[in-house]
Structures are given as structure tokens and as C-alpha cells.
Design a protein around this ligand. Structure first.
Ligand code: MN
Length: 253
């Protein structure tokens, strides 16, 4: 099995190394990841400059681009073959609810949507951000999920967005399939002055959980479960087709 790994925290991130160690049990692991932290880069592609890969001593390839760049370049030339699977992460922090809109972790996985297999985006969630993550627990859970993938018959263009509570394995209660919850509005930007008196704005934290009841990814994590949300590249809002169609009929152009 040929597995492509990437992330948005950068090629030196410990979560990426943990995935590489765990998933090498299943075959050949190939790592192409940004040369620095590109968290919240979403699905940006770099079009205005060439991207130059650097092979590190451990064999990981660093690219001076975004998470989506890394998987795009890997699949469309750099690797020289088509891997069986794309796995992104382990991200240092949650990708729950609205986070997936901004997430480079999810985007890297979504960039693998043309493969026959679905792709995985994996994030570790710790309520106390100052605590050191134990990525080996999360990587072991990713390994268990990947081993079972051949039994899952669903279409490609699907990403499994997996969030894993940063808890000892014995305290994790299981895996729940969830829908994305929603956050409330983000916190205010932080206004600061530079030495020349100019005003700058620093983007603040994400909003608090708002739609986070039973069935959501937030709820699963809060209760000690691994959250697994299937995501699709098709963002069409099918629920609104009827309403918008009736409204269109009333517009004369
Ligand atoms: Mn990140």
C-alpha cells in the first residue's frame, strides 16, 4: 500500500511524524508537507510562483507551499505514481464544525478526492492547549480506521474528518459518526499599534460552540468519543433547491 501523508502544521510537526510511524505498518509512507505552519490556509493553491521540494534527512519532503499545494503537487507529478490513500494530520487542535471551512488539514485530505479511496483528515483535540499532545494514541486510532477502510463502500470525493480527544486510550469511549456542529461568531480582532503609531489587527480566536448538541462533532468530543464526520466536496445546498426554485419563478428577466 502506498500512502501519502501531509498536514498543515508543517513538515516538522510531531503529529505528522506519529502518523508516519504508525501507518508505515501498512506499507510505504510518503510525506509531502509544507515547510512551515500553514494552519488555516484552507484550500489555497500557489499559482504565482514555482514550488521547490526539499528532501529532509528523514525522507520527508518539505514544500514551500500550502497544504493543498503539497497534495496537488505530490499526486500530479512529484511522486511519479498514484498512491492508494491520502492521510492529513495529525493536526494540533480541533477541526470541528465551522473549523473545516478554514482548515488546511481538511483541504489537504480533500485534495486527494480524485483517488479511488476516500481520504482522511485527522486532528487531536485538547481542551487545555498548553498540554503536550500524545499523538501516538491518535495515530493508533488512525491506523485502526485505515485498516478497516477496504470494508467501507462509499464514493470517492469523500473525506472522513476525524477528531480524536487527547486522552489516554482507555478513557476514549469509542467512535461516533457525527455531523458538523456550528460555532458562534469569532471573537473580536485584537487591535495593536506599531512603533510608528499605525493600527494593526490580529485575528482572534474562533467562536464558541453554538450548535453543539447530541449528534454533532463537538458533542462527541466533549463526551470522550472519537468524532468521525464524512465530508463531501459537493457544497450544493440541496435543502434550499425548492425554495430558491419558487423564488426564481417569480423573477422576470
Ligand atoms: Mn494546523
Amino acid at each position: 500500500m502506498e500512502i501519502l501523508l501531509s498536514n498543515d502544521d508543517g513538515v516538522h510537526a510531531p503529529g505528522l511524524a506519529a502518523h508516519a510511524r504508525a501507518l508505515s505498518e501498512l506499507g510505504n509512507v510518503h510525506v509531502v508537507a509544507p515547510d512551515g505552519d500553514r494552519s488555516a490556509f484552507s484550500h489555497a493553491l500557489t499559482l504565482e510562483k514555482p514550488l521547490c521540494p526539499t528532501v529532509l534527512d528523514n525522507g520527508f519532503i518539505a514544500l514551500n507551499g500550502t497544504p493543498a499545494d503539497c497534495v496537488h503537487v505530490a499526486l500530479n507529478g512529484l511522486l511519479g505514481f498514484t498512491p492508494d490513500l491520502v492521510v492529513s494530520g495529525i493536526n494540533a487542535g480541533a477541526n470541528l464544525g465551522d473549523d473545516v471551512i478554514y482548515s488546511g488539514t481538511v483541504a489537504a485530505a480533500m485534495e486527494g478526492r480524485f483517488l479511488d479511496s476516500l481520504s482522511l483528515a485527522v486532528s487531536a483535540v485538547n481542551a487545555q492547549r498548553s498540554v503536550q499532545y500524545d499523538y501516538d494514541v491518535a495515530a493508533g486510532i488512525t491506523l485502526s480506521i485505515v485498516k478497516k477502510l477496504p470494508d467501507l463502500a462509499i464514493s470517492r470525493r469523500t473525506v472522513l474528518n476525524i477528531n480524536i480527544p487527547d486522552l489516554p486510550l482507555k478513557q476514549i469511549k469509542g467512535v461516533k459518526i457525527t455531523r458538523l456542529g456550528h460555532r458562534g461568531p469569532a471573537q473580536d480582532v485584537i487591535e495593536i499599534k506599531d512603533p510608528k503609531g499605525r493600527t494593526h489587527y490580529w485575528i482572534g480566536s474562533a467562536g464558541e460552540e453554538e450548535d453543539a448538541g447530541p449528534g454533532t462533532d463537538f458533542h462527541a468530543i466533549r463526551n470522550g468519543y472519537v468524532s468521525l464526520t464524512p465530508l463531501h466536496a459537493d457544497m450544493s445546498s440541496y435543502d434550499t433547491f425548492d425554495a430558491v426554485s419558487k423564488w426564481l419563478d417569480e423573477i422576470s428577466i
